[in-house]
Design a protein around this ligand. Structure first.
Ligand code: SF4
Length: 483
């Protein structure tokens, strides 16, 4: 049985979120709330591991955070002053309980719980080596590779983690708990986000700052690319164990993944999206009557577009927030209705109007085509589509669920062909330089771009070792069940 939303498969999906807190009597309850705020980064399964001074109570389950941890009895069992948590989005097929994080292992130094957002790009290569050495894997997640590497090393937990991470490649933001020590680390390029917060005397790590707001904590700062932070009874200590590299944060976090009320790299995601919409209006003006977002993710860019264009912004499309899991396995007939179940045209602001639809991306193009058709049926005189990202031409291998390249509309069609396929009167995407301008750069530096933008440019900043070597694709898909 498929449990991912069958009507939401025309978007890229963040695969995971992490949260960790120490020195707080309500550690598990606060972790559950933090994960609830991070639910947009993964809706398949969630887990929390706490430390009660002796044991590491754990609860992992398939489902939404509120359904899993809303039960008082579950939280009560997760006692202790420290906890880490994780939500995940599994890419394909049956969600597997054995892959639900945080993972836990008893190692030489004691218990270790670990949770990971991202994707190791040499996971299969490393796994083969470790299996050859006799390691017995319990899951198909790449995160378990780090546990095995730590198990066969010597030294303190931090020394083992550092030496293990020096062997892996890829994008990772990790939180780990060893007794009352909370550890957070970002990969050397800082592709995935990780932020530090504070609630009274308690320190918190989370994928996004929106997880702090829900529990009344303050955002302190972003963990730096390549930084490993250790939080224990001696305070907060930073290590920089990797050779310094220019950072390559995922620009798609600004465009779509992160929640608009989050601060990323000190920048408001909402503000960034508005600026992208403004830049898009400058690059791709259109004579129209009304600017309409594809809700929810297109809203801030549409506001920016409307302000820069001097045209009214209206909710010409209304989103039904309660569609999805009711229809676990829709028939083809019902699936065809999908877009209408999720979006409906607000005729009062559409009929007889020249409409500009603003969305954040086009992935397969199926949703865009149906929305254009729906807006036309509602009586729009013209339908223009503006997209606040450059064309998505390449897949992501750094922790975001993307269809294979062959399924990406922009990989196989130029913009005019895409326009014809979705049936719009005009279609324009923000340029890659326009995106960088909106993010405060003068243009994309071709030699050293400020962000990871591989899904728009095909320039991957971290080697794709498993892809590049002669690997069995069936085994690669096995490792697609990742955090
Ligand atoms: Fe983000 Fe795209 Fe890079 Fe993946 S490839 S990390 S989605 S910018």
């Amino acid at each position: 049985m498929r449990t991912t939303n069958p009507f939401d498969d025309d978007k890229l999906h963040e695969e995971c979120a992490v949260f960790g807190i120490v020195d707080n009597e309500e550690a598990a309850a606060l972790t559950a709330l933090g994960l609830h705020a991070l639910q947009h980064r993964g809706q398949e399964a969630a887990g929390i591991v706490s430390f009660d001074g002796v044991q590491f109570p754990a609860h992992r389950e398939i489902g939404l955070v509120g359904d899993i941890f809303g039960r008082h009895s579950v939280i009560q069992r997760l006692n202790g002053n420290a906890a880490i948590g994780h939500t995940r989005y599994s890419t394909t097929g049956e969600p597997m309980m054995r892959n639900v994080q945080p993972l836990f292992a008893d190692l030489e130094f004691g218990g270790l719980a670990i949770a990971h957002n991202g994707n190791l790009t040499n996971a299969l290569t490393m796994r083969r080596e470790l299996v050859h050495q006799g390691c017995i894997f319990q899951s198909t997640t790449d995160t378990e590779i780090i546990i095995h590497l730590m198990a066969i090393r010597r030294g303190t937990v931090v020394e083992r983690l550092i030496s293990s991470l020096r062997q892996v490649e890829g994008a990772y933001s990790i939180v780990a708990l060893a007794s009352n020590t909370l550890i957070g680390v970002r990969d050397p390029l800082g592709v995935r986000p990780l932020v530090l917060g504070r609630l009274g005397e308690s320190h918190i790590l989370a994928s996004e700052s929106c997880a702090f707001d829900i529990i009344g904590a303050e955002y302190v700062r972003d963990i730096k690319p390549g930084e490993l932070i250790v939080i224990d009874e001696n305070g907060v200590h930073s290590h920089f164990p990797f050779p310094p590299m220019p950072s390559r944060f995922c620009v798609f976090e600004y465009i779509y993944f992160a929640r608009p009320d989050s601060m990323v790299e000190g920048t408001s995601v909402y503000e960034a999206r508005k600026r992208i919409g403004m830049e898009l209006a400058k690059e791709a003006p259109v004579d129209a009557d009304v600017i309409v977002p594809i809700p929810d993710s297109g809203v801030p860019a549409a506001i920016g577009f409307s302000q820069a264009a001097g045209k009214p912004f209206e909710y010409g499309i209304i989103r039904n927030h309660y569609v999805g899991r009711t229809f676990i396995e829709p028939s083809d007939e019902i699936r065809h209705l999908g877009v209408k179940l999720k979006h409906s045209a607000n005729r009062a602001y559409i009929t007889g109007k020249r409409v500009v639809l603003v969305d954040d991306s086009i992935v397969r193009g199926t949703t865009s085509r149906k929305i254009v058709e729906m807006v036309r049926q509602a009586g729009a005189k013209e339908v223009h589509m503006r997209i606040s990202s450059p064309p998505t031409t390449d897949s992501c291998f750094y922790g975001v669920d993307t269809p294979e390249r062959s399924a990406l509309l922009a990989a196989n069609n130029d913009v005019e062909e895409m326009r014809q396929l979705i049936g719009a009167d005009s279609l324009q995407f923000i340029s890659i330089d326009g995106l960088y301008r909106a993010m405060g750069q003068s243009e994309r530096d071709q030699d050293s771009p400020h962000y990871c933008d591989a899904c728009f440019t095909g320039e991957y900043p971290i080697p794709l070792t498993d892809m590049d070597s002669d690997q069995d694709s069936r085994q690669l898909s096995l490792l697609s069940e990742i955090g």
